[in-house]
Design a protein around this ligand. Structure first.
Ligand SMILES: [Zn+2]
Length: 238
């Protein structure tokens, strides 16, 4: 009895995945922000630095991370967009020079999807009478014109989400009493990771618990390693 509704809800998630692409990227960026900023601050704190030094490390980590996310996303989404634009340009040219062959090609796509030949031809003709380029992009190249890659949007969303979530460990530092700095930063960040992990799993249609555990465990490992290295450096250098 239970398997059916679960499968249905998973399928609905999959259909939504295109539209929530940027939201998914924002969730992943936020995991990155929490893990890297918290690890950085814990590493500095473990070297028995002052509150001021830990704060500077945290803020520098926030700015550096947000910038690096923006540049990285811009570059990666730009190359994706270049590929899309090249495909669109090629298709436009083919439609202009060989309209008949293109119509046949579109009809053949519908035949392969199971339409009978005459019907496929009529579907191709009717779709071509409307938005011809749109029909070819969608059915031949799998490009949805409504969701073309947007490099600037990807850049600022990832930078903003990084900056926003990097404030979690910084806020933890500001409210924590001196002796509880490291545990409070770690606990607050791990709880945030668990929640975000579950949310990411929900968006991707994956089991919530597993998605949440993976990211929380990964974050805990990252913090433990940097804490250890900070401690060793703090003893040997300081
Ligand atoms: Zn075509």
């Amino acid at each position: 009895m239970k398997a059916n509704p679960v499968m249905q809800s998973n399928q609905r998630e999959m259909h939504r995945s295109g539209r929530v692409g940027w939201l998914r990227a924002a969730v992943l960026g936020s995991n990155d922000a929490i893990v890297s900023t918290a690890s950085l601050m814990i590493g500095v704190a473990a070297a028995s630095a002052s509150k001021r030094a830990i704060l500077v490390a945290g803020v520098a980590g926030l700015v550096a991370g947000a910038m690096s996310m923006a540049v990285g996303e811009y570059v990666s989404v730009s190359s994706q967009r270049d590929a899309e634009q090249a495909d669109i340009g090629r298709e436009k040219q083919e439609l202009a020079t060989e309209p008949q062959a293109e119509l046949q090609e579109l009809a053949m796509i519908y035949v392969k999807r199971g339409l009978e030949k005459n019907l496929a031809m009529r579907v191709a003709e009717q779709l071509s009478a409307g938005d011809r380029l749109g029909a070819h992009l969608r059915d031949e190249l799998g490009i949805d014109q409504a969701s073309l890659s947007r490099p600037m949007q990807a850049a600022w969303i990832s930078a903003a989400s990084f900056a926003f979530f990097a404030t979690i460990p910084i806020a933890a530092l500001l409210v924590a009493p001196g002796s509880l700095r490291i545990p409070l930063i770690a606990v607050l960040c791990l709880v945030s990771l668990a929640v975000l992990g579950a949310f990411g799993g929900y968006l991707g249609g994956a089991p919530l618990g597993r998605a949440s555990w993976r990211v929380t465990l990964g974050g805990a490992l990252a913090m433990a390693v940097t804490a250890l290295i900070g401690r060793i450096l703090g003893i040997s250098v300081g």
